[in-house]
Design a protein around this ligand. Sequence first.
Ligand code: NAD
Ligand code: PPY
Length: 346
Amino acid sequence: MIETLLWDGEMTCVRHDERTGASFVIALHSTALGPAAGGTRAMTYPSVDEAVADARRLARAMSLKMAAADLPMGGGKSVIMLPGPRAELSDRQWRDILSIHARNLELLNGSYWTGPDVGTGSEDMDVLARTTRFAFGRSVEAGGPGSSAEATAQGVFSAIRASVREAGESGLEGLRVLVQGLGAVGSRVATLVAEAGGRLLVTDVDEGRCEPHTVAGATVVSAEAVTRTECDVFVPCATGGVIDVDIAATLPARVVAGAANNILATDGAERTLHDRGIIVAPDFVANGGGALHLVGREVLGWSESDVMARTVLIEKALDEVFASARKRRITPLQAATAGAAERIQA
Ligand code: NAD
Ligand code: PPY
C-alpha cells in the first residue's frame, strides 16, 4: 500500500471492467503547465501493479517532455491492460474497451487529453472522438492531424546529429548506426540516417520490417543480440527499458539516442553509461517531435511546417543540454530533467 502512495504525480485513476476483462489506468503526473496529456498504451501486463507503475513512469516522462518542448500542457498517460494480446481481441471487444476508455476521459472532463501510443493509432482516436472531446491525433480523413511518427522521427534524427557531435564527430558519414524497431518511427529514422551517409544496422522482432532497409544496403542484426552488437550510435525505437545497469556496463556503442520512452531501465544505467563516456540523449527531449505535432496542430493552431520548424530545434536544445551538463559536471539526463523541472516549478 505504501508503495502505491510513493509517487510524485498528482493523481492515478484505476478502473476494472469485468465484462471486457480490461483494466484502465490514467496517471496524471502534473497539470502545472496545462491539462495533462499523453498517449494511450494498450497491451498486456503481468499485473495491475505493473500497469499502474508503467502509466506513472510514462506520465512523468510526459511532464518532462512537455516542459522541455516548451508546450503549454502537463504530463499524463493512459494504460489499458488488455485481457489478451491485441491481435486476439475481436473488433467488438476492442470497440467496447475503447468506449469505456472514452467515458473515463469524459469523467476527467479535460484534466487529461490522450493521443496514440503503443497499441493505439489515429483510427482509435477517431473512435474515441465520437464520445469524448479529449482525444488528440485523429486521422486526417476524420479531420485530425494524423500520425505523429514523421515529426518524432525528424526529432530523433536531430537528436542523433547533436549527440554524435557531442561524441566528437562532425557528422553521420561512415558511422555505424543501429536502429532497433522498424515501426512507424524507427523505419523513417533509418531512412534519414542512410540518406545522411550513416552505415545502417537494423533489427526488428518482425523480420519482414528489415527488408526494405536491407534492399537499400542495411545489415540485419538479430533482435536478441542487439545490445551486444558494436556500433557508433544505438537508436532504440521499439520499447522502453532496453538498457539496465548490466547492459550499460557492456553496451558496445558511443552514443544512445532513440524514440522509445524511458529507454533506461533505471537511473543507475545512465550513470554507468556516462562514466564509460557514452553520450546519452535524454529520451524525453529526443522524442518530443510527436508532442510538438499533436499539441502544435491541435492546441496551438500550427501548420505541419511550423511543427517541423520547431522539431528540428531539438538539435539545438540538446546542444544546450550537453553544454550545461559539461559545465555543471552532471549527466545530460540530470541537466535536461533539472531544466524541465525548473519550468514546471516556475
Ligand atoms: P511501432 O509500434 O510502429 O513500432 C515499434 C516496432 O518495434 C515494431 O516494428 C515492432 O515489431 C518492433 N519491436 C518491438 N519489440 C522489439 C524488440 N524487442 N526488438 C526489436 N524490435 C522490436 O511504434 P512507433 O510509433 O514506431 O514508436 C516506436 C517507439 O517510440 C515506441 O516505444 C513509442 O512509445 C515511442 N514514441 C513514439 C512516438 C510517435 O510519435 N509514434 C512518440 C514518442 C515516443
Ligand atoms: C508521447 O509522445 O509519448 C505520447 O504519448 C504522444 C502524445 C503527445 C502529446 C499528447 C498526447 C499524446
